[in-house]
Write a protein that binds this ligand. Structure first.
Ligand code: GLU
Length: 492
């Protein structure tokens, strides 16, 4: 049988890092098994709908490189479209399908109408709590006759439809990560399957859809593990084959609680906006809950597709460590194509008001060199603005204490003079020019080593450390160097 997996997000407006990992594992598993990865939109909770959420979510998935060929897709024109034979893939467009299936359950006696008001249900729960019982539906409407039900419907009474669980029955299922799970129906509730607004609940829709879409493996977050017995029971009463369940451990904060917004960035979009590269984010989160057979850490998507296996998904959650993510991102920044990095970083400069888009285009080569010069020092590309600010100002913006001390050395006035005459004599300052200039100064003036290199850096940048000095001088260019040399004289 063809392996078919799905990622089934609710369109809440953003993609949580944990959801991206769920999607990724589904995607990887489908690739490995030569199967299909489907994306289904679960929008049965109409109160939580957010305008444009599906589009935003699909764009984030595309950015991350976790794209689906079936289900709800985004095309090259950024339009949301549904692709595949087993649709519609948006639950709110499947209401007829749920109606038909709930009727089947009502007819076979596996579901019933419930007319209990919210007030009544609240009271029942309150009493149960006061008696230290787990709150659950007390079965008040289970025994209504067909006629009683019809009379209430005719009278316009609102109702939901509940699942009719048998008493004292063990529900078994096997989870690839958790092993065998058994729950007794006495510890379960008569779950609402259809709400009074005519929409199915998640629990009902998910089973109907996964079956009709021929999903073979359900790979999702462990928060759904307690719901799985209800789903398994529905498969049983429908007479459908149970899929393979795989519940992934949560991604945790450093305090070992579930990763949440309160502790910093958790949305894929937050990371994109800061200038994280998708390959870094993917590489990092792939390892938060799955471990490869050896100690390899760096994985491209293609390598993940080959190496991934459900058997090596761990039971306990990985702690999200932004420093580790930064390490991965820095690794990929060091290797990435410079033009690509500049394209990602320029909007940050424009945002900071350091350049206009036009100027960035005109001076593209300059920005490429700037990127090459500073990239090793960056955790994410938003930092580019701050790293190159020193090359964009006419004067040294900040003098380090140590640099000021260095400026008092006796060879500095002569070095300033020589630099000035050599730089003024050239048409353009390039890396080759700077290298040649240093050779000349060593020979002609006898200024060498730290005195020469650190001296030049201090004179022109006010700092004792920084990127390679020929690159720094090239980036500053003749005009800025001239202004800075003049200023440097005043720092004596
Ligand atoms: N719509 C559910 C969610 O938002 C999907 C759960 C599942 O994969 O079954 O997480």
């Amino acid at each position: 049988m063809m392996t078919r997996v799905r990622f089934a997000p609710s369109p809440t407006g953003f993609v949580h890092i944990g959801s991206l990992r769920t999607a990724l594992y589904n995607y990887l598993y489908a690739k490995k098994a030569d199967g299909v990865y489907v994306l289904r939109v679960e929008d049965t909770d109409q109160s939580r709908l957010v305008e444009g959420a599906v589009e935003g979510m699909l764009k984030s998935m595309r950015w991350a490189g976790v794209e689906n060929a079936e289900g709800v897709c985004i095309n090259n024109q950024d339009a949301v479209e549904q692709v595949g034979e087993k649709g519609p893939y948006i639950q709110s467009e499947r209401l007829d399908i749920y109606k038909e299936h709930i009727q089947g359950l009502l007819d076979s006696g596996h579901a019933y109408h419930c007319f209990c008001s919210k007030d009544r249900l609240d009271k029942v729960r309150e009493i149960q709590r006061s008696e230290n019982k787990v709150p659950k539906y007390d079965g008040h409407c289970r025994g209504l006759s067909k006629e009683e039900v019809q009379a209430k419907i005719d009278a316009g009474e609102p109702y939901v439809i509940r699942m009719k669980l048998p008493a004292d029955k063990d529900i078994h299922f096997k989870d690839v990560v958790r092993g065998d799970v058994v729950i007794n129906t006495n510890d379960m509730d008569d779950q609402v399957l259809m709400k009074s607004d005519g929409f199915p609940t998640y629990h009902f829709a998910v089973v109907v859809d996964d079956h009709l879409m021929q999903i073979t493996h359900i790979i999702r977050g462990e928060e759904w593990l307690p719901s799985t017995p209800k789903h398994v029971y529905l498969y049983e009463v429908f007479g459908w084959e149970q899929p393979v369940y795989v519940h992934l451990p949560n991604i945790l904060n450093s305090d070992h609680k579930k990763l949440s917004k309160r502790q910093g960035d958790v949305a894929v979009e937050d990371f994109r906006k800061k200038g994280y590269l998708p390959e870094a984010l993917i590489n990092y989160i792939a390892l938060l809950g799955w471990s490869p057979e050896d100690n390899q850490e760096i994985f491209s998507m293609q390598e993940l597709e080959k190496a991934f296996s459900l058997e090596r998904v761990s039971k306990s959650g990985g702690v999200f460590d932004v420093n580790k993510l930064n390490w991965f991102n820095n690794h990929y920044i060091r290797q990435a194509d410079l033009n690509r990095l500049v394209d990602i970083a320029v909007p940050f400069l424009v945002e900071e008001g350091l350049v206009s888009e036009e100027e960035a285009k005109q001076r593209h080569d300059w920005f490429v060199l700037a990127m090459e010069t500073v990239r090793e020092s960056m955790d994410y590309l938003q930092e580019f603005a701050q790293r190159i600010a020193m090359f964009l100002t006419d004067e040294v913006a900040m003098w380090e204490e140590e640099a000021l001390e260095f400026m008092r050395l006796s060879h500095i006035p002569r070095l300033i003079e020589v630099l000035e005459s050599k730089i003024m004599a050239t048409d353009e300052v390039s890396e080759d020019f700077v290298t040649a200039m240093f050779k000349e100064i060593q020979k002609e003036e006898g200024i060498k080593g730290k005195n020469l290199f650190m001296g030049t850096r201090v004179i022109l940048t006010g700092q004792t450390h920084g990127p390679e000095i020929p690159k720094v001088l090239t980036l500053l260019g003749k005009d800025k160097l001239k202004l800075r040399l003049e200023k440097a004289k005043q720092h004596r």
